[in-house]
Design a protein around this ligand. Structure first.
Ligand code: BES
Ligand code: ZN
Length: 459
């Protein structure tokens, strides 16, 4: 282990050069123009797997962007760890708000800025380098490893579910490990044991059959933008609760134990609101901020459009208005059921003056891993060794829809060992990965592979 750790220490500059190459590929999964870059990125991942000594490497087609597979299975009698991550990234707009170009990784103040640096290329690279360090110094790994790095996580992993079903044997393992979440705070390592689910919807409203002069027609027909905002404004009550009938019916209650544990975490609403530049926080009454973020469902309008939005003024009563609305879900809400409730409710409250269509764009279920799971306990031990500090337990508000599918299709629990930070600007301009977390992450991952067999044996 000492040899492996000193190898990690002496190769830091090379790691950064390599990671910069990975980050230079604009693998934006939602953008059809970036399809060649997605292919190039999948090849980069495959070459990397080859270089670090994985075997049976395969760029595997899915119904969409390819998933890259690699394995090393020469530790008989030892557990098999399935490491999942994603090489696709979110779009970079608005480009003018980036301090340095999003695909030219740049270091400032100990942070590496680039799209995908934290979410998730940097965290995937952490595992490449930890595996490589073992292979280069010991000639072997302390466990069996399978890796699946996909290209559609940021667009809902639609094709990965059938992929898991079709490749059950190939992916057979003892446990899944994902590094695609954040630590609690700078210098505060944590193990994440829960993620929220998601139901992502679009509402389209049609008013008159064409755009109208707002002077000649205003006062005679319902403006679809007005109708849409009237609908959206009814979706929360004055206590910040969502008004869709049945929405909370299957929400799992927070236990007293969890509430007490959250209350003890080093958190300040004041620091949080100051950092975000808001005078006051908002949310469901009766729950603390961490409870609302991690264990309560929410509904957000992600975008709204219609009518004239150009420079200057145009007097128009538009024919159409639309909105994208997503709901973050918690155990035991079902994404499909919630989508149906949403559609029914919107249709019920939509005024007769407009025609409404509701579409379900994508979704996924919330996930919880019990904290006494030996794989989680191995993560606690590895983080303590990698960062020199005992980690906290936390949940997160984001979603990784495939986690629940790993359980359903492959019967596997997932350990979430994340090295991002809550203020890393994921999905936004100036995304960054903190370099202490990156190198600490490589050390932690190297320890994790080593610790896992002992912990699983104690099961
Ligand atoms: N890395 C995130 C998931 C995440 C975000 C975990 C924040 C913990 C905290 C992942 O890449 C992501 O952004 N997922 C999407 C899923 C969606 C597209 C189905 C999300 O949460 O919006
Ligand atoms: Zn991610």
């Amino acid at each position: 282990m000492q040899k492996t750790l000193s190898f990690i220490r002496s190769n830091q500059d090379r790691y950064l050069d390599e990671l910069k190459q990975f980050l230079a590929i604009p693998s934006v999964s939602t953008n059809p123009e970036n399809k060649p870059d997605i292919q190039r990125c999948a090849s980069w991942v495959a070459t990397q797997m080859q270089t670090i000594g994985l075997e049976n490497i395969n760029i595997m087609p899915t119904g969409g962007h390819p998933a890259v597979y690699g394995e090393w299975l020469k530790a008989p009698g030892k557990p098999t760890l399935l490491i999942y991550g994603h090489y696709d990234v979110q779009p970079v707009d608005p480009l003018n708000l980036w301090t340095s170009p999003p695909f030219e990784a740049t270091i400032r103040n100990g942070n590496l800025f680039a799209r995908g640096s934290a979410d998730d290329k940097g965290q995937v690279h952490i595992h490449f380098k930890a595996l490589e360090a073992w292979m280069k110094t010991m000639g072997s790994l302390p466990i069996n490893v399978k890796m699946i790095i996909e290209g559609e996580e940021e667009i809902g992993s639609e094709h990965l579910e059938p992929f898991l079903k079709a490749n059950k044997k190939l992916l057979k393992s003892d446990l899944v490990l994902i590094s695609d979440t954040s630590m609690f705070a700078r210098g505060v390592p944590s193990v994440c044991y829960g993620l929220r689910g998601l139901a992502y919807m679009q509402i389209d409203l049609m008013g008159p059959n064409r755009d109208l002069h707002s002077g000649s027609f205003g006062g005679s027909v319902h403006n679809p933008i007005q109708a849409l905002t009237e609908i959206i404004s009814q979706l929360h009550d004055d206590k910040g609760r969502i008004t869709i009938p049945g929405f909370y019916d299957s929400v799992r209650k927070l236990s007293k134990k969890e509430r007490d544990a959250y209350a003890k975490l080093p958190w300040s609403d004041k620091t949080y609101s100051k950092d975000l530049g808001v005078r006051e926080l908002y949310g469901e009454k009766g729950f603390s901020t961490l409870e609302r973020l991690w264990a309560r469902p929410t509904l957000e309008c992600n975008g709204i459009w219609g009518g004239f939005t150009g420079e200057g003024a145009k007097t128009v009563l538009p024919a159409k208005a639309s909105a994208k609305i997503s709901m973050r879900l918690v155990p035991d809400q079902k994404s499909g059921d919630i989508a149906k409730m949403f559609e029914k409710h919107i249709k019920k409250i939509a005024p007769k003056t407009v025609q409404v269509t509701v579409r379900n764009l994508h979704g996924g279920e919330a996930a919880i891993t019990p904290i006494d799971h030996p794989g989680v306990q191995a993560a606690v031990s590895a983080l303590e060794k990698g960062f020199g500090k005992k980690p906290l337990y936390q949940r997160e508000g984001g979603s990784i829809p495939i986690v629940v599918q790993f359980k359903k299709i492959l019967g596997l629990d997932t350990v979430l060992l994340g090295f991002g930070l809550p203020d890393e600007n994921a999905h936004a301009p100036d995304e960054f990965l903190n370099l202490d977390n990156y190198f600490g992450g490589i050390r932690t991952a190297a320890h994790y592979y080593n610790e896992l067999p002992g912990f699983l044996k104690r099961k």
